[in-house]
Design a protein around this ligand. Sequence first.
Ligand SMILES: C[S@@+](CC[C@H](N)C(=O)[O-])C[C@H]1O[C@@H](n2cnc3c(N)ncnc32)[C@H](O)[C@@H]1O
Length: 606
Amino acid sequence: MSLYHETAQILSDASKGGGGLKNRVFGKREKGKELKSPPGQVYALAVESCRWSGVLKEVIEASGILMSERKLTPILALLLVHDHLLAKSGIALPASHGLRATIERHKARLASELTRARIRRHMSTLEALRAHVLAESRAAEDRYPRWVRVNALKTDVDTQLETTFSSLERVHSVAEVMAGEGRIHIDEHVPGLLAMSPGFEVTKTAGYESGALILQDKASCFPAYLLDPDAGDGDVVDACAAPGNKTTHLAAILHSRRAEGQELGQSVFGIEKDPVRAKTLARMVERAGAKGIIKVALGQDFMKLDPADEKFSRVGALLLDPSCSGSGIVGRDSMPELHLAEPVSAATAGKKGDGKKKGGAKKKGEDGKEGGKKRKRGGDGEKGEEEEEAPVMVDDDGNVQTLKDEQELAQRLRALAGFQLKLLLHALEFPAARRVSYSTCSVHREENEGVVMAALGSEVARRRGWRVLRREEQVSGMREWPVRGEVEACGGDEGVAGGCVRSYKGDGRGVMGFFVAAFVRDAGEEERAVEEEPYVRDEEGMIVRDAEGMPLVKATGEFASVVSNGGGGRKDEGVGEWVEEDASDASSDDSEEGEDDEGEWGGFDD
Ligand SMILES: C[S@@+](CC[C@H](N)C(=O)[O-])C[C@H]1O[C@@H](n2cnc3c(N)ncnc32)[C@H](O)[C@@H]1O
């Protein structure tokens, strides 16, 4: 298959909702279905053709080439006409090749239609038109700044401002960053986070190469920062860790909070179920210089960890960022806008996929507060008619899947929420845990406030006293973040909603759609039962007893005495509680052991 057929296939699949373009080109492919053309060439042709598709749609339609060359599909025509008119060495096929001949037969007409399209845009030269097309596509991409987290394990903000970013102008807001090139802003909510103009090529800097700088959306920095672990929290678990942005962020936070000149006495357990993604996590940990802090569990299902395992006895905080619908993800790598020419006359132009703008992952004003990620259907509506939008989901690898309808979306959200809640309830079981953060890159309340409310109503939350960390208790920065949970989705509980942190893409704050809440634990029933217990315990947690096995009473400082209750049980005087029968059973067991055993009887079961 030629470069043009392969690229056409990729664009066609991607525009039907089959995944991000980069992923489609560079991602793993089934055996026997690998690309024959160099992937870099396919990707460049796809991106450039999409970028020019608005102009070339006009050229192709006006030239009538699709009418006279019936074998040309609109996508093939776009790719070939792009290279014919705009690529330095023209169409990358031999002169005798049929496809090339098909286009070159129309070269005079195509050239004159390109000139017309240029003049319509008031561009005096082809170079000016190139700059205009590039600027337009950047404007569509650049509604978001580049977010860069300065990795405290390797460097600090001041050093990076003086070196890597010394050419950038310091401004005071994200809006200012977006209003011009070459600007940088120190984020006011998350320490160590920088926003810069999208034109700045962070990935080409030495800081990025060395792992000192990590590309991470601001909202994705919220969970580790809101969890706010410190030396007193013991070990920390990242339950769904790959690729590892939040895991390495946790390590950086612990590192920066360690006592001066002291070794960090804590570990972060990076748990990841998918073995392939776990390898990515291991690479990221190494690159971030966090190997000494993070212990990666390759291919480990979090649900299969036993919270009671001695290994986790010091786990005081857990970060849970499970798989979700991905409805908050900003589609940098999704399908760029693709404008295709009508293949035939307007009368028959309603065929599926013809003449419609495909993909649309970057269309303006997309995904407001309530909306998920949507993709336009290539339906059969009239031109200009409001197109119905199909819901989509993005998996952990960035693959986009278009769903049939809202009903299918509701079903999928229910299943996801069930899975997310299961993981969250498991996290709440870790015996020493005092803090758990729960986050998703989804804007759907089912996966967010819905899961939080279900968790709050759970047996484990009641038993252990888990509640949502209130806004006023949150770390500085998160407290000030203005976008909070939906009150209605929290059953009208403003306190819980205020504790939830949200963000919405496209709202001018330059971040992805996101949700995070932290759970904290006061003394729950479990602990209260211990605290309210009337007896004194020794260092090993055993109730202190006299030779007869009677417990030492806190209130009186004396051993309880026995009174008959007339029913075989015994009443501890001064405490007013019945001691269970098995205690006397133990006593009789002892007597069976014989008099010699005096002093060895262990007393009541604690
Ligand atoms: C949304 S991603 C996590 C992103 C990551 N926190 C970061 O910021 O880089 C969810 C991850 O959870 C993993 N996962 C899903 N179920 C899991 C389970 N039961 N145990 C461990 N990992 C799981 C998925 O394979 C996926 O890598």
